[in-house]
Design a binder for this molecule. Structure first.
Ligand code: ADP
Ligand code: MG
Length: 210
């Protein structure tokens, strides 16, 4: 087990969470790059389900990228970790099941620094898969915000603007938008109502024309 700095093993869990476009992947990449500069042994993994941009890299919406391995399940993730690895980066953690919590704990207990990035809420504003429990067991939690696409305020929610009603629907800016609390509308019917109301405000008052 590697010992750093003050003579203590640095095993710990760090969670980076927030809505889509908040910079979770950028922040994960930033931390991992610094660990590489410090010549630590690093492994970055992501769920095989997320092949939006690349199967071999973590890619941010600003096109910052870092080499990563795809794993199908939490068990595969655990099996892929080399015993001498010092820093483990995991992106899109919300796509893994709850077993991820036990695996992150086990890796941290073995002295590894585990950095996990993921959506804390799904498009309905509900806690997403293993994320809430990971937040509970992590030593360090960083919750970041995006920019609301309606008003420019800090945004903590991911609004689905197109697509069905399954929790997992892969997509980027064509399907999702970051929104603040005021502009986040999880109910699709209500969302349509708001869009109609907005169109109504913008509409030329034809009834008065008559
Ligand atoms: P995440 O992993 O949280 O989805 P990324 O790290 O992939 O986020 O991307 C963050 C980048 O996305 C920002 O640095 C910015 O360039 C871009 N971006 C696009 N839309 C927004 C938005 N609504 N708010 C903030 N950043 C945005
Ligand atoms: Mg990301």
């Amino acid at each position: 087990m590697t010992v750093h700095g003050f003579g203590f093993p640095q095993g710990r869990i760090e969670v980076i969470c927030g809505p889509m476009f908040s910079g979770k992947s950028e922040e994960l990449i930033r931390r991992v790059r610094r660990a590489i500069i410090a010549r630590q042994r690093v492994q970055v993994l992501k769920p095989a389900i997320d092949t939006r941009y690349s199967e071999s890299h973590v890619v941010s919406h600003s096109d910052v990228r870092l080499h990563a391995s795809c794993v199908a399940t939490v068990r595969d993730l655990y099996a892929a970790i080399h015993p001498r690895t010092e820093v483990v980066g995991i992106d899109e953690a919300q796509f893994f099941d709850e077993e991820l919590v036990a695996v992150c704990n086990s890796l941290a207990n073995r002295g590894m620094r585990v950095i996990v990035a993921g959506l804390d809420m799904d498009y309905r504003g509900l806690p997403f898969a293993p994320m809430p429990r990971l937040l509970g067991v992590a030593e360090i939690v960083t919750k970041i915000q995006a920019v609301c696409m309606e008003c420019g305020a800090p945004a903590s929610f991911s609004q689905r603007i197109k697509g069905g009603d399954s929790t997992v629907e892969l997509g980027s800016s064509e399907r999702y938008e970051a929104r603040c609390r005021r502009h986040f509308e999880p109910e699709e019917a209500r969302q349509m109502e708001l869009l109609r109301a907005r169109a109504e405000v913008l509409r030329v008052p034809t009834t008065l024309d008559a």
